[in-house]
Design a protein around this ligand. Structure first.
Ligand SMILES: [Zn+2]
Length: 114
């Protein structure tokens, strides 16, 4: 899975709240630095010279901690999402929800109960 999530830090929060147009470049730089985002989040086809990423999808979950999940999308999937009034595709929402659930569990396990 080409997923990225970070526990909420002021920096994550900033990236999560900034308009995607401004945060997108930084999200992509983070993915490149982490070695993720090599495939389209929707169709999972790898990016290469011919198939470049065209846009970034981002979901932010609030609560006692902020979780952000971001994907790069290929031209076709970015176009499809745009046709769907720019909404993040349902398959990404489901993927993000399972990641967020796992992340919350991992974090609450680590904190334990006093
Ligand atoms: Zn795609």
């Amino acid at each position: 899975m080409e997923l990225k999530f970070e526990q909420g830090t002021p920096r994550t929060l900033r990236l999560a709240l900034l308009p995607l147009k401004k945060a997108g470049a930084q999200l992509v730089a983070d993915m490149d630095a982490a070695g993720t985002g090599k495939r389209c989040g929707v169709c999972c086809k790898p990016f290469n010279e011919a198939r470049k990423w065209r846009s970034v999808a981002r979901l932010v979950y609030g609560g006692d901690m902020v979780l952000m999940v971001a994907w790069k999308l290929c031209g076709k999937c970015a176009y499809d999402a745009k046709q769907n009034s720019g909404h993040v595709p349902d398959c990404l929402k489901r993927e993000a929800e399972s990641v967020v659930k796992a992340a919350r569990l991992a974090i609450s396990d680590a904190e334990g109960t006093a």
